[in-house]
Design a protein around this ligand. Structure first.
Ligand code: NDP
Length: 449
């Protein structure tokens, strides 16, 4: 419940203007509920119309993406780029290719990205983009033609000093390669590498592929140690999803002594009491691009259960939702709590519904929001930009160490902000407040723009 008059008024305006964008409203509301704890100390925010500006993207680009499929049929998708806030640096944020993409989804992701990028300590503003295109079931040629058409419009809006996209759901190394190739062909310049998550042979950073999943586990380790004197050692862990973030979260958590017993995709989940065989999982997902059900067909003793939401009914100590927004609802959270889980670390963006967040927090579980715990991906994207500008490549170990350092800093920034606002250990309030304060200061310093 919002009680502050200024925040209530601005939220009311957003509801009126963007009422048809439920994910965006959900994200704004969650951030405002945290900012209530500090807004009274900053009367200058209202005087400067800061919140009104903060919830309005600087620019929204929506465009047609026509392409020709293998049967010679013309298809048309809708592309987006939301350049949300450039107060602390050029826009930065991924591209998502998934049939569920619409303006609400891209705006919520862009809004979250502003705070996440602020938390990384690197000078990056926030943006996000994508298309309602489904790369699943498409040939490489179809994906390439789609990416080329998408970039033929997007290129005019991006650049190393304006906006540098990266991957997200449905946009991995293959798609980034095709997008970058078309960008370079059109502008004829390297442009500081412009996209991040590139292949290692053309400017990509070592450890970028692993960064979000590894970073999530580094953040979780810090929080477990500091708040509970605990670690992953001997813990039973659920990791939802089986894409980029989930794969490397599972790998790092296993390396740190955890046992990942269940993973999922959008159709269902697999349960393997001995711990997921990661080599097998990567073969199925990265090389063969198959459904996760194949895991249960090929690994003796493993079970497949249709319905991805039921993964949270598996008993565990730690849950790491790494698939998509609102993937854990009240029922999922109830199941986790009743099984005695101790922590939820978000790898995906906004994977818990507001009701689920409320439930796990009220039950006293350690909870970290995605904007803090999944910031490792964009942090290493920032390091890829640095390497491209320096014309240097750092070793895997160097990047991984910097990533670990950044995740530690993010954890401490969130924790310190939680103490300052009178809610020690409330990492959601801490992340929203710490991320926002930096953006707010930069916006105030730059005047009404
Ligand atoms: P991928 O496309 O690599 O994997 C997504 C996974 O989530 C797949 O297993 C997919 O299953 C599953 N999934 C997608 N949509 C749904 C849905 N509606 N319900 C249930 N499962 C679903 O994406 P990433 O791993 O890159 O991204 C996962 C999450 O992490 C997203 O929220 C993303 O925004 C966030 N994130 C990603 C970063 C990155 O660096 N990649 C950085 C920070 C955050 P299926 O194959 O069946 O569709």
């Amino acid at each position: 419940m919002l009680t502050n008059e200024y925040l209530k008024r601005v939220y009311g305006q957003v509801e009126q203007r963007d009422g048809q964008e439920p994910e965006f409203l959900q994200a704004v509301r969650e951030v405002f509920e945290s900012l209530e704890l500090v807004v009274d100390q900053h009367p200058e925010w209202e005087q400067a119309g800061l919140m009104e500006r903060f919830v309005e993207p600087e620019r929204v680009v929506e465009f047609r993406v026509p392409w020709v499929d293998d049967a010679g049929r013309t298809r048309v998708n809708r592309g987006y780029r939301v350049q949300f806030n450039s107060a602390i640096g050029p826009y930065k944020g991924g591209l998502r290719f998934h049939p569920s993409v619409n303006l609400s989804v891209i705006k919520f992701l862009g809004f979250e990205q502003v705070l996440k990028n602020s938390l990384t300590t690197l000078p990056m503003g926030g943006g996000k983009g994508g298309a309602d295109f489904d790369p699943k079931g498409k040939s490489d040629g179809e994906v390439m033609r789609f990416c080329q058409s998408f970039m033929t419009e997007l290129y005019r809006h991006i650049g190393q000093f304006t906006d540098t996209p990266a991957g997200d759901i449905g946009v991995g190394a293959r798609e980034v390669g095709y997008l970058y190739g078309q960008y370079k062909r059109i502008v004829g310049r390297f442009e500081g590498g412009v996209l991040t998550g590139k292949g290692l042979d053309f400017g990509g950073s070592l450890a970028r592929t692993q960064a979000t999943g590894y970073g999530l586990c580094y953040f979780a380790s810090e929080a477990l140690a500091h708040l509970h004197g605990e670690s992953f050692q001997g813990k039973t862990v659920l990791v939802s999803g089986s894409g980029n973030v989930a794969q490397y979260a599972a790998e790092k958590c296993t390396a740190l002594g955890g046992r990942v017993v269940a993973m999922s995709d959008s159709q269902g989940y697999v349960y393997d009491a001995r711990g997921i065989d990661l080599e097998k999982l990567l073969d199925i997902k990265q090389r063969r691009r198959e459904r996760i059900s194949v895991y249960a067909q090929e690994v003796p003793g493993a079970e497949y259960h249709p319905g991805c939401r039921d993964i949270w009914t598996v008993p565990c100590d730690i849950a790491m939702p790494c698939a998509s927004q609102n993937e854990m609802d009240e029922a999922g959270a109830k199941a986790l709590v009743s099984q005695g889980a101790m922590a939820v670390f978000e790898g995906a963006n906004m994977p818990l519904t507001p009701e689920a967040v409320e439930l796990v927090r009220r039950a006293g579980l350690l909870y970290s929001p995605g904007k803090a715990s999944n910031a490792g991906g964009v942090a290493v994207s920032g390091l890829e930009m640095s390497q491209n500008s320096l014309r240097l490549s750092w070793s895997f170990q160097e990047v991984d160490e910097k990533l670990r350092g950044i995740m530690g800093q993010i954890y401490r920034a969130c924790y310190n902000a939680s103490v300052k606002c009178g809610r020690p250990g409330d990492l959601m309030a801490g992340a929203n407040i710490a991320g926002f304060l930096k953006v707010a200061k930069a916006m105030l310093a730059q005047g009404v723009v």
